[in-house]
Design a protein around this ligand. Structure first.
Ligand SMILES: [Zn+2]
Length: 217
């Protein structure tokens, strides 16, 4: 699952009561997409003697809920130590470790310095990566067929010279144009990517594609 801000806040409220006697003031919560950091506790000066606190949780991975909870409590421990001014040997020092051990045992949690991701990369991260990597334009052969239908074929640019002459001979095609179309128009035609295979498209699809910049070979 991908945790939301309101679920993080719910867990914060729950464990603040259960473990910390509601001593921690409500911090701000943020989601992040970091690969190596599953959670983060931050503080900064926001006034003369006032600090602002933030708990950030990564949604880079699709994780089981229980693991998100471990990460939230992990960060709450950092928060508690900072808020109470407890001296520790390092950020995951003796104090932090001993509290993490006690809390884990008492409440059936697993608060460790590094915790498992427990799942693969999130769908939204994969989608963003795909968008970034995909070519902004693609070549499409757009046809009027003899039977009155419309057809199209998305052709990789390196196959354009090879594909077009075949289309010309193809006796079901009445006329065709090769266009350079933006990615959002050709995306749904992706499964047609069989070099010279032309498939039917709707009139609306045809009208959008035919308006794209024509390529003359
Ligand atoms: Zn930590």
């Amino acid at each position: 699952m991908i945790i939301t801000i309101s679920e993080i806040k719910e867990q914060f409220d729950k464990w603040n009561g259960v473990i910390f006697n509601n001593e921690l003031p409500l911090p701000s919560f943020e989601l992040m997409n970091t690969k190596r950091i599953l959670g983060q506790f931050r503080w900064r000066k926001i006034g003369e003697n006032k600090l602002g606190y933030t708990i950030r949780i990564s949604t880079f991975y699709d994780r089981p809920f229980d693991l998100y909870v471990d990460t939230i409590v992990h960060e709450m421990l950092h928060y508690y130590i900072k808020y109470k001014g407890i001296k520790d040997t390092s950020s995951h020092g003796r104090e932090w470790k001993s509290m993490a051990r006690k809390i884990s045992r008492k409440y059936g949690l697993n608060i460790t310095r590094t915790s498992p991701t427990g799942g693969g990369v999130s769908e939204h991260v994969l989608e963003k990566a795909a968008e970034k990597n995909v070519a902004k334009f693609e070549y499409a052969i757009v046809c009027k067929m003899k039977d009155g239908h419309f057809g199209a074929s998305v052709v990789p640019s390196n196959k354009l010279y090879y594909a077009a002459p075949h289309i010309r001979d193809w006796n079901a095609v009445k006329e065709f144009k090769i266009v350079k179309a933006p990615w959002n128009l050709t995306y749904s035609l992706r499964h047609l990517r069989t070099a010279v295979g032309v498939r039917y498209i709707t009139k609306d699809q045809y009208n959008e594609l035919i308006r794209c910049k024509e390529i003359n070979l």
